[in-house]
Design a protein around this ligand. Structure first.
Ligand SMILES: C[S@@+](CC[C@H](N)C(=O)[O-])C[C@H]1O[C@@H](n2cnc3c(N)ncnc32)[C@H](O)[C@@H]1O
Length: 224
């Protein structure tokens, strides 16, 4: 599984288990300092208004954004993750991102945030297109989809996932979005981040990223 190698064998059912909550709580803790810095750079691409995070796992990105004053809802297809998000004190909702997000949430959003969300990254064009359409329908006019797309190089089965540039091409070809920003991120192993070195590592994660970044960030704006 992308972002967590030992999960590959169990694939999707894993996300519905208590073990997944433990795994992703640990991952969230390990990524916390990196993500506090990273999200400061992402914030400039957010439109004013509410944010929906899809496939949020335990919702640590949303928690950081909420602490910064954003109106954020974190969602996932797994009820266990939704409970974990709630226990962080973040507004949580059960959302299958491949279905009608607008109907499931009952509202529109100015922004949708998606980091490594399975229906967008797994090599299944029909599902990726259905998910992009569902996000589009839940966005306000000129709303933005912000995707953080990891490379699957280290996954035992990298061919199972779209490369980040392929994801961007699918979004562009859908004619539902225009791509307004693409940038590589992260060269430093996340585990090296400490509060005392985070400033310099964050600098490297952005400025050395053109050499060998492990993920691509892309921002797509709703065009119709
Ligand atoms: C690789 S994890 C990423 C978790 C989190 N975004 C992060 O980066 O820490 C993939 C996430 O996609 C979620 N997911 C899988 N299928 C989904 C669907 N149909 N709708 C919404 N989320 C889904 C999983 O439950 C899981 O939380």
């Amino acid at each position: 599984m992308i972002g967590c190698r030992h999960m590959t064998q169990t694939a999707e059912p894993h996300y519905f288990t208590e073990r997944a909550v433990q795994d992703w709580t640990r991952i969230a803790t390990r990524h916390r300092i990196r993500d506090e810095y990273f999200l400061r750079a992402v914030e400039r691409y957010l439109r004013p208004g509410p944010i929906l995070e899809i496939g949020a796992a335990t919702g640590h990105l949303s928690e950081i954004l909420q602490h910064r004053g954003f109106d954020v809802t974190a969602s996932d297809v797994s009820p266990r993750f939704v409970a974990a998000i709630q226990s962080r004190g973040v507004r949580a909702q059960l959302v299958d991102a491949t279905a009608n997000i607008r109907a499931q949430t009952g509202r529109f959003f100015a922004n949708v945030l998606a980091q490594g969300v399975i229906p967008l990254v797994r090599r299944d064009p029909a599902t990726a297109n259905a998910t992009l359409a569902a996000i589009h329908a839940a966005l306000e006019p000129q709303g933005r989809l912000i995707c953080i797309s990891p490379h699957a190089w280290r996954d035992p089965d990298p061919q199972s996932y779209f490369r980040p540039r392929e994801q961007i091409e699918i979004a562009r070809a859908s004619r539902l979005y225009r791509i307004i920003k693409v940038f590589p991120h992260q060269v430093v192993p996340t585990a090296l981040y400490r509060s005392w070195n985070a400033g310099i590592l964050n600098f490297l994660d952005f400025h050395a990223a053109r050499i060998a970044a492990v993920r691509l960030v892309w921002v797509a704006e709703k065009i119709r």
